[in-house]
Design a binder for this molecule. Structure first.
Ligand code: 4NP
Length: 147
């Protein structure tokens, strides 16, 4: 199973989803591949936002080794599931799909809701972390039962 987490900047939400999911699947002994990317290119090559690194550290995860990259159409070939954080990400990634099969790989991480962008609000990093962790646990159950 290969899962890609996508947000706008690839420095706040998707690096958390990437790190949390990677940690949870490792804990369960699953050899799934997890990655993340952004639809925007402002932060390419940079580490996650210091506030994402800090909140992950608070919960025992080190995401400082991640490096920001942009989503690209090769990701449709590599990944089974492309999980996006909000409707802008959904539109931007869908616009790059070249087939029904590629379109079918894309869904909202929260199924029918968005993960709010904490970039402009320091206080949102903790609730966003909790939201992402809870959904990652559900997703593992959903994807494991589909194997
Ligand atoms: P993210 O948050 O999409 O969760 O990584 C953002 C990070 C950076 C920007 C916007 C959102 N930005 O405009 O630089």
């Amino acid at each position: 199973m290969k899962i890609l987490m996508v947000c706008l900047g690839n420095i706040c939400r998707s690096p958390l989803a990437h790190g949390i999911m990677e940690h949870l699947v490792q804990q369960k002994g699953l050899s799934w591949e997890i990655d993340s990317a952004g639809t925007g290119g402002w932060h390419i090559g940079k580490q996650p936002d210091v506030r994402s690194i800090a909140i992950a550290k608070k919960y025992g995860l080190d995401i400082s080794g991640q490096s920001c990259r942009m989503f690209n159409t090769k990701d449709f070939e590599k990944f089974d599931h492309i999980l996006v954080m909000d409707y802008n990400n959904l539109n931007d990634v869908k616009a790059q799909a070249r087939s029904e099969e590629e379109l079918s790989k894309i869904s909202l991480f929260l199924k029918d809701n968005i993960v709010p962008d904490p970039y402009y609000d320091d206080d949102q990093f903790d609730p966003v972390y909790q939201l992402i962790e809870k959904r990652c646990k559900e997703l593992i159950g959903e994807f494991a039962s589909s194997l």
